[in-house]
Design a protein around this ligand. Structure first.
Ligand code: NIG
Ligand code: FE
Length: 433
């Protein structure tokens, strides 16, 4: 009896198979990556029903056959930290940065996050969703099939809820898995300048409604000098946990305040940034179930010398994931593949660690450990066919899109324009350019 399937993708040169695991992969486990050569996968009703070798495809009776032509296939990428929904843009800040004005200085003068808050308050929910859809489609084209999106450009009830509603609309419209995070305490609005506790209380007061209306699965706070203190972060995150939300924190991005230690002590699903994390924090992280979500694109974009200590973290036994941190100020890119290259070049992560960090561990960081990030029978068939000869190639060739086609629930949702769009110069005229 042959196994019936809707689709058989065959002739896969390398099939990347991160380990399905109840928990994020930690330390040495991150170095393991199963790669099946000359492989094939079969899909039925949007789910994976078979994974095997090319030599065994006769056992499958598929309605449609798709020749991968020896290309590499991986699970859909997972981007576990993005600020997808916002109004406006901040290209004017680039010149300030070039003149040496720091990120926190721009913020303290009412620019930065606060400038995006201004634009986001002015935009309607529809406008925000439409703009975010443009960025989301670009992410899908880069191979992302699951991601997280934060609020945090409202800093008031109405606009925070508007951002979360826009994420909800996108999650109903697009086939991707979209996890929503409430980041109300992302900056202190000027009207609360000397009263950050009052502002924090107002944001904490929104948690119950957000949970009740199922507008977010996680809560997050920007714990940083001049923004929110450790004590304030602890208060907010403790309240969020009591209400039943998962926890995330923008921790130790610029100054080593101890946000990582706090995240671990609260059992947060992830602690993000961690460029300035302390050795004690890293040791605690290694003993915990918290995932370190590292954002080397942000360090690159802010022009910093010091990157997060990924090597120390992994070697100590921690779980590391990678994300874009896509936002209009500190990392303006939807390209998670570029982040994979930065992880190789700047964080000194191996290709195996990098693939685990953008698939299985990224999924765990946003509570999708049992649903996204791996290719396994009975899981949703979200996968990418890559124009690369092997899995090591992707981080090596940086800054471009290597995706050939992106499948979600077994349906091709994006493919690149075929070659031949620009024809070679006619014979005899070669060299005229
Ligand atoms: O993760 N660090 C704080 N928040 C964002 C940046 C947001 C912005 O600049 O608009 C981050 O880097
Ligand atoms: Fe961020």
């Amino acid at each position: 009896m042959k196994l019936k399937a809707d689709l058989l993708v065959h002739n896969i040169g390398q099939l990347i198979l991160p380990k399905a695991s109840q928990k994020p992969l930690k330390g040495q486990e991150m170095k393991q990556l199963k790669v099946m050569k000359e492989a094939a996968i079969a899909v039925s009703e949007g789910m994976l029903v078979w994974i095997g070798h090319q030599s065994e495809i006769k056992s499958i009776d598929a309605a449609e056959y798709y020749d991968a032509e020896g290309k590499t296939v991986s699970p859909g990428l997972v981007d576990p930290h993005t600020h997808l929904v916002f109004g406006g843009s901040r290209e004017d800040e680039l010149a300030l940065k070039q003149a040496g004005v720091s990120y926190l200085d721009i913020l303290s003068k009412g620019g930065g996050i606060l400038s995006t808050v201004h634009a986001t308050r002015k935009a309607s929910e529809e406008e925000l969703a439409e703009k975010a859809a443009f960025h989301l489609e670009r992410m899908i084209s880069y191979g992302v099939t699951a991601l997280e999106a934060k609020s945090g450009y409202g800093l008031e009830r109405e606009t925070e809820l508007k951002q979360l509603a826009a994420v909800k609309k996108l999650s109903e419209t697009y086939p991707v898995r979209l996890i929503s995070t409430f980041l109300g305490p992302h900056a202190i609005p000027p009207s609360f300048k000397e009263h950050s506790d009052e502002f924090l209380e107002e944001m904490t007061g929104l948690l119950e409604e957000i949970k009740r209306e199922n507008l977010a699965q996680f809560a997050d706070i920007f714990c940083e000098t001049g923004v929110f203190t450790i004590e304030q972060s602890k208060r907010f995150l403790t309240a969020a946990r009591e209400i039943g939300l998962g926890l995330k924190i923008h921790a130790d991005e610029i100054d080593p305040l101890g946000g990582l230690e706090l995240a671990v002590s609260l059992g947060a699903e992830s602690a993000d940034h961690l460029v300035a994390a302390s050795d004690e924090g890293i040791a605690a992280l290694a003993e915990s179930g918290t995932v370190a979500v590292l954002l080397p694109g942000t360090t690159f974009y802010l022009g910093k010398e010091q990157y997060a200590k990924a090597r120390e973290m992994i070697d100590a036994g921690a779980a590391v994931a990678l994300a874009t941190d896509f936002n209009p100020g500190s990392c303006v890119t939807e390209n998670l593949q570029m982040i994979m290259s930065l992880a190789a070049l700047k964080l000194k992560m191996s290709a195996e660690e990098i693939w685990n960090a953008v698939t299985v561990n990224a999924a765990h960081a946003i509570g999708l450990g049992s649903r996204a990030g791996v290719l396994e029978i009975s899981r949703q068939a979200d996968f990418v066919i890559w124009d690369i000869p092997n899995y090591q190639y992707l981080p090596y060739h940086f800054g471009v899109n290597h995706a050939n086609s992106v499948f979600i629930k077994g349906i091709k949702r994006w493919e690149r324009v075929p070659y031949g769009t620009f024809s070679l110069p006619e014979a005899g005229k070669a060299g005229r350019f």
